[in-house]
Design a protein around this ligand. Structure first.
Ligand SMILES: O=C(O)[C@H](O)[C@@H](O)[C@H](O)[C@H](O)COP(=O)(O)O
Length: 337
């Protein structure tokens, strides 16, 4: 089928390449001429002019936006006057699902359909395919099925779940119509909240192993006076790249995130290129807002999110206050390394 793509960053451009490989007719728009040209060279039709791009699409149009969440409203504002009733606008970024519900309502007044798609797979999607969580009207989502089927990894990506038989469902192919507008990004938001928790668990566990030799040099833990109990228990120089490697094979905690962890540790066991200031794009925060609204406990995800804040120095004042209180009540001085 035909697809228009707005936003040719790594995700958008790779999705177009994957769609074209399967024979879809792709039209692309970006303000960066080189990005457009790169895809024209690969067989797309493209323009750096939005109106030309929109007019080149067959009606009813399907326009997929792959732009940062913060830019979606501005793109829609420029795009909508060029569209007509019956056209479909797809947001494949990491939008907040509350925004999807609002946008779908605004576009509905004009007869334009909105579909929200949470896309997972990042820079590996071209090769592996993209896992997609979709929100929108049944008929509209069904119309886009050929595109979703192409972009998704396919049933061969994972062994079929025990008991699954017959023709593979969309979910088994790697895409799922989760519900009405907002449902796609709602599921993707929680997916990312889980991602925070898993990442933190690997990071914490491997950090414990990383300090497994503390008994060789230290008699106290860090700068504290607390004596290191039984230094003989902490005499291990654990080879972390090798541990990550062995866990990938047959262990209970194997995963794609572990594969990527093993790859990062193999490239640089001391992770010298990183300072450890961990960013967040909002999905973890939104997951917790939903958990609070629903009254559902989410201690792992909240701890993982707050660790990211701390990693960026946002705990510094609180930490100073705790030291100040220790000094006030007990005259305890901060220990210097
Ligand atoms: O599933 C994925 O492919 C990732 O989750 C992807 O969506 C992206 O890398 C995150 O947006 C990063 O999120 P943070 O910046 O919040 O870590």
């Amino acid at each position: 089928m035909q697809l228009g793509m707005i936003g040719l960053g790594r995700m958008g451009a790779n999705m177009v390449v994957r769609a074209m490989k399967a024979g879809h007719d792709c039209h692309v728009f970006d303000t960066h001429a080189e990005a457009v040209q790169g895809l024209i060279d690969k067989g797309a039709k493209g323009s750096t002019d939005l109106e030309t791009f929109v007019n080149g699409l067959d009606k009813p149009r399907a326009v997929w936006m792959m732009v940062p969440a913060g830019a979606v409203d501005a793109v829609i504002a420029e795009l909508v006057p060029l569209l007509e009733a019956g056209d479909i606008v797809i947001d494949g970024g990491n939008s907040y699902y509350h925004d999807d519900i609002r946008r779908a309502g605004e576009l509905k007044d004009k007869g334009i359909h909105y579909v929200d798609v949470g896309v997972s797979g990042g820079v590996w999607g071209l090769e592996r395919g993209y896992c997609m969580m979709i929100g929108g009207e049944d008929e509209v989502v069904a119309r886009l099925d050929p595109i979703f089927k192409t972009l998704a990894p396919g049933v061969g990506e994972a062994p079929r779940t025990q008991g699954a038989t017959g023709e593979a469902s969309p979910a088994e192919n790697g895409y799922l119509h989760c519900g009405p507008n907002g449902a796609g990004h709602y599921v993707k938001m929680v997916h990312n909240g889980i991602e925070y928790g898993i990442m933190a668990a690997y990071a914490e566990g491997l950090n414990i192993l990383h300090h497994g030799n503390i008994g060789k040099t230290e008699r106290t833990t860090d700068a504290e006076t607390t004596p290191l109990r039984n230094p003989e228990y902490y005499q291990y120089d654990i080879n972390l790249p090798e541990v990550a490697e062995v866990w990938r094979r047959g262990s209970v905690i194997g995963s794609w995130l572990l594969d990527l962890t093993a790859s990062a540790l193999r490239k640089s066991p001391d992770l010298a290129n990183f300072e450890g200031r961990v960013s967040d794009s909002g999905e973890g925060r939104w997951t917790l807002l939903a958990a609070i609204d629903e009254g559902v406990p989410a201690p792992v995800i909240s701890s993982a999110l707050f660790s990211r804040f701390a990693s960026r120095g946002n705990a510094e004042f609180a930490d100073k206050l705790m030291s100040a209180m220790r000094f006030e009540f007990g005259g305890h001085l901060e220990k210097k390394d």
